[in-house]
Design a binder for this molecule. Structure first.
Ligand SMILES: *[C@@H]1O[C@H](CO)[C@@H](O)[C@H](O)[C@H]1NC(C)=O
Ligand SMILES: *[C@@H]1O[C@H](CO)[C@@H](O)[C@H](O)[C@H]1NC(C)=O
Ligand SMILES: *[C@@H]1O[C@H](CO)[C@@H](O)[C@H](O)[C@H]1NC(C)=O
Ligand SMILES: *[C@@H]1O[C@H](CO)[C@@H](O)[C@H](O)[C@H]1NC(C)=O
Ligand SMILES: *[C@@H]1O[C@H](CO)[C@@H](O)[C@H](O)[C@H]1NC(C)=O
Ligand SMILES: *[C@@H]1O[C@H](CO)[C@@H](O)[C@H](O)[C@H]1NC(C)=O
Length: 374
């Protein structure tokens, strides 16, 4: 299948990246928020799974060729060739470094690290406690991640309240729940009720946000799952199930992503109306992906391979492993996907830019720049 073109979007976005970085003054002076706390899955994990003894190799990224473009050129546990979404957002906010993995911190260093942020995210996890357990053996579920956060906040005592309320809570989760749902038996069941399934996810999300609010958090940046049916691994799944949409992606999976976004937005509007001082910014990643997959006829050479993973070449012909023996694409920046599931460093940068600086196209009701300034 021919690669579709996402070039125009990527190119415009990357030019804006420069402006955004200058505008935000990354590197010079104070970050825009005192700290950043990260929760979610492999889109934002910076190595927590390396510290989970029961977590299988399928849910770790601590081997080559992960990290090939990271500053150290070594695998770190990030599911990317280089930086991931959390890293880019941290840089845009003006932090010198992305908040470290909670698992990497010595117990005596945790409270000090809270002052600038900690990353609790765990690859393979989802909104449901059970998500990731079968595939990975052990992950930090969202409930676990929030428990860890709440216990540190409690240890800090009342010194934490001002810090946590001014800081950014950054959450990217939900894709794995969708992957497991569409990959499992549910979608072959004629009586399945997708809306009821999604309502369960949204109810879980709501309760996590309430817990974070109770721990003092006020500024929430939420990344909804992207068009998960367009991950290279899911294209072959959709093909096998004879369920392909106009992008040659797994149709049911993409429909669920779009529906979940609308439900999350409405939940957030409702929740924030009832919780004094809560503000949020949600990114419609499905709409953002739509614009990439649907951008017509750009012949620019920026990020124009959207159907195949750079590492190992997962795609319509099937999944492929990204490991030491995998072949690498020659031009990583031309690829939307790094492996069968995860975006490249470049694609994450484009998404991070939208989160940070978009004015109403994909990010609602405000972008992270405005959220941080409140
Ligand atoms: C923390 O608690 C102490 C003792 O209860 C109180 O004097 C102080 O004002 C509190 N500080 C903050 C920031 O709430
Ligand atoms: C799917 O159904 C089969 C047969 O009923 C069962 O053995 C298998 O465990 C199920 N898989 C999942 C993921 O639920
Ligand atoms: C699916 O579940 C929703 C919400 O639980 C319910 O309102 C709807 O009637 C159900 N649809 C069917 C076809 O059962
Ligand atoms: C691309 O966008 C157009 C206009 O919004 C829409 O009509 C079309 O269905 C989209 N293509 C696909 C494959 O979804
Ligand atoms: C922030 O949240 C408050 C209520 O919690 C709301 O009144 C206000 O409009 C929000 N600000 C923005 C910029 O969305
Ligand atoms: C953020 O959004 C506001 C309006 O919602 C817009 O004026 C601003 O340009 C956007 N970007 C940045 C970097 O602030």
């Amino acid at each position: 299948m021919a690669a579709r073109h996402g070039g125009a979007f990527a190119l415009v976005a990357l030019c804006l990246l420069e402006l955004a970085l200058r505008g935000a003054g990354a590197g010079d002076g104070e970050p825009l928020v005192p700290a950043m706390f990260v929760f979610g899955d492999s889109t934002v994990d910076v190595g927590n799974n390396n510290f989970l003894p029961g977590c299988s190799a399928d849910c770790r990224a601590n081997y080559a060729r992960y990290g090939v473009d990271y500053p150290s050129h070594a695998p770190t546990g990030r599911f990317s060739n280089g930086y991931n979404l959390a890293d880019h957002i941290a840089r845009f906010l003006g932090f010198a470094e992305s908040p470290p993995a909670y698992g990497s911190l010595p117990p005596e260093g945790i409270i000090e690290q809270m002052r600038s942020g900690i990353n609790f995210a765990s690859g393979g996890s989802g909104l449901q406690d059970v998500t990731g357990k079968a595939l990975c053996g052990q992950v930090h579920s969202m409930s676990d991640q929030l428990d860890m956060f709440a216990s540190v906040v409690q240890m800090m005592g009342n010194c934490s309240s001002d810090l946590v309320s001014r800081s950014l809570v950054f959450i990217s989760v939900g894709s794995n729940d969708l992957f497991e749902y569409v990959g499992g038996n549910a979608t072959s069941c004629p009586n399945r009720n997708d809306t009821a399934f999604l309502q369960g996810l949204v109810a879980a999300y709501r309760s996590y946000l309430q817990e974070l609010y109770a721990a003092g958090a006020r500024k929430f940046s939420i990344v909804s799952p992207s068009l998960v049916g367009c991950c290279p691994s899911q294209r072959s799944a959709g093909w096998l199930k004879d369920d392909l949409d106009g992008y040659y992606c797994f149709g049911t999976a993409n429909r669920l992503s779009r529906q979940l976004y609308r439900m999350l937005l409405s939940m957030l509007q409702d929740l924030s109306a009832g919780l004094a001082g809560m503000n949020f910014s949600i990114c419609d990643s499905a709409a953002m992906a739509d614009s990439v997959f649907n951008s017509t006829g750009s012949s620019s050479n920026a990020m124009n391979v959207v159907d195949t993973g750079c590492c190992g070449g997962a795609g319509i012909l099937g999944p492929a492993k990204c490991d030491r023996s995998a072949t690498l694409c020659p031009d990583r920046a031309a690829y939307l996907f790094w492996d069968g599931f995860h975006p490249t460093e470049t694609a994450s940068a484009v998404a991070a830019l939208a989160l940070f600086a978009d004015s109403g196209r994909y990010v609602h009701p405000i972008n992270i720049t405005r959220l941080a300034a409140l």
